[in-house]
Design a protein around this ligand. Structure first.
Ligand SMILES: [Fe+2]
Ligand SMILES: [Fe+2]
Length: 530
């Protein structure tokens, strides 16, 4: 029995958590995490404890989908209260940090009037002393730069706030992830380990390479009471092996949303990994973890939104990722945390930061970082890039949620790189308002009209067609629409034929057809000939 080797079942799900809330990049970076604890998590839990029925009614209302409401049907109030009290006490220093950020903003508004800022250093709130530089821009607007790397080396980055839940999933049907903290459920195993724990890699290697129970028990540090439930995640059945791609040309496979695998026989590149689990008796058209190669040479991340940098998929792939490429941040503003630090502090090795027009040489071609405009509510966020993957003499451009706010940019891109063979463009043109992702970071309330005018919108029909034509694209694919059923728990998107992203992308497909450019809106999975 002890020598028996087991594989990990293909439908073992991992939920990465921070204080029991589903984790995304802003919950890793210390300053943004503090703002989310103080301005979102604690407020939502308090609201649930005060009025659980209001939350239950809101969750049932489709118009409120994705809103800040806890989905426990008005029940389990005592457990939410317990989590709230535990968070208040364990994260008291984070709440203090959030208050310090607010106080520092107030200080700068009232006292920094364009004259020397040096005298304000002693007035910086205690929690932030030594972690900020005070600055003006060229219009004498004061602000501060966070010394983010130092914050990661302080009490404000505490990996013991991270944990993971392992469970078996039988379908895509999962509740919306972001507004309900996880409580104990039968059949789920919560492990109080940080995302960087090497046992996570050992676990997911077992999808392909079997190990003994004793080996993985030790690697994950399982306790005796956890063995019985953990055993249910293992199987003796040998999984089918994915053959390595050996073709002479480039092969492109769409895995859903913004996730695309580009391969030659020498190199593999995976964009924005969000991978579906495998279910037996499933008739949905999908690729899963089992369809990925043994090693992924380059994972490339376009931006920090949670449907593009998704820990749930990345943790399962970490052991097979040789390099992970991220856009460089602007250097210290609260709204633009470093993705390099996020990934390095969660156990990823070989993180490569790129700036606009940087080029990474790969065997048989290159990966080039190309400007990504818009989709961030007009905030000065630099952690966003499109990628031009040049392999086998072909050029495939992955633009994620880029919005064509300035057509001249695409003329410049065309002048530098020439015609694009295959374009991938997102068209979520009805983006969420500013506060949906960034609301917790503001120190003052935001005018409702302002909030609605500044959205996270991708390209509409006119923007997208203009890009297709300025880059002289031979083929165009609409992707990153958040439609795949295995993503609804993250995107909460349920389009109808009348939804504007569908109407606008239908118009693009039709207009391209009229002018003789191949165009298709992707859904599910697809192998694309180049
Ligand atoms: Fe986005
Ligand atoms: Fe997106």
């Amino acid at each position: 029995m002890e020598d028996q080797k087991y594989y990990l079942k293909h439908n073992v799900q991992i939920d990465p958590l921070f204080n029991n809330w589903y984790a995304y990049p802003q919950l890793i970076s210390p300053a943004t995490a503090a703002m989310h604890i103080a301005n979102s998590h604690l407020k939502i839990m308090n609201s649930y404890v005060m009025s659980p029925d209001v939350h239950a009614a809101a969750v049932r209302n489709p118009a409120m989908r994705g809103g800040p409401f806890i989905d426990y049907q008005g029940k389990r109030v005592d457990e939410i209260k317990e989590l709230m009290l535990k968070t208040q006490s364990k994260q008291a220093h984070m709440v203090e940090l959030a208050e310090a950020i607010k106080s520092l903003n107030d200080l700068l508004v009232t006292e920094a009037k364009g004259y020397s800022i040096e005298a304000l250093y002693p007035k910086v709130p205690k929690a932030l002393r030594g972690y900020v530089e005070l600055v003006y821009d060229l219009n004498h607007n004061p602000s501060f730069r966070l010394i983010e790397a130092l914050l990661y080396k302080s009490e404000y980055y505490d990996p013991s706030s991270q944990s993971v839940i392992l469970s078996l999933v039988e379908s895509d049907d999962r509740p919306f992830a972001y507004s309900t903290p996880r409580l104990e459920e039968e059949g789920r195993l919560q492990l109080n380990i940080a995302f960087s724990h090497p046992g996570i890699d050992e676990l997911f290697k077992m999808r392909e390479v079997p190990q003994t129970f004793g080996y993985i028990k030790e690697a994950l540090g399982l306790e005796n009471g956890q063995e019985a439930i953990f055993a249910k995640f293992l199987t003796e059945a040998t999984p089918p092996k994915t053959p390595k791609y050996q073709g002479d040309s480039v092969r492109i496979r769409y895995f859903g949303h913004a996730c695309v695998l580009i391969e030659t026989k020498d190199v593999s590149v995976l964009t924005d990994p969000v991978i579906s689990y495998y279910y037996a008796n499933d008739d949905e058209n999908r690729y899963t973890y089992a369809d990925l190669p043994e090693n992924i040479d380059y994972v490339v991340i376009t931006h920090s939104h949670a449907d593009h940098l998704m820990f749930e998929s990345l943790l399962q792939l970490r052991h097979k990722i040789k390099n992970i490429v991220v856009p460089r941040n602007g250097g210290g503003s609260l709204e633009d945390p470093s993705l390099k630090l996020v990934l390095q502090n969660t156990g990823f090795k070989n993180v490569i930061e790129v700036d606009e027009l940087d080029s990474i040489a790969v065997e048989g071609g290159s990966i080039d970082a190309v400007p990504f405009l818009g989709e961030h509510a007009d905030l000065n966020i630099r952690t966003k890039t499109a990628y031009l993957v040049r392999l086998g003499g072909k050029q495939a451009l992955f633009m994620a949620d880029s919005n064509n706010l300035e057509f001249m940019v695409y003329d410049h891109i065309h002048r530098l790189y020439g015609d694009v063979d295959v374009l991938f463009i997102g068209m979520e043109c009805d983006g969420a308002p500013l506060t949906w992702i960034y609301g917790s970071l503001f120190s003052r309330p935001i005018d409702r009209k302002m909030d609605r005018s500044r959205r996270l919108s991708g390209s509409d029909f006119e923007s997208a067609l203009d890009i297709v034509n300025r880059l002289n694209c031979k083929k165009a694919y609409v992707y990153a629409m958040g439609q795949e059923p295995w993503l609804c728990y993250l995107t909460s998107i349920k389009y109808t034929n009348e939804s504007r992203p569908i109407v606008e992308s239908d118009k693009l497909v039709e207009a391209c057809k009229q002018q003789g450019t191949f165009c298709e809106r992707l859904y599910g999975s697809k192998e694309i000939a180049v």
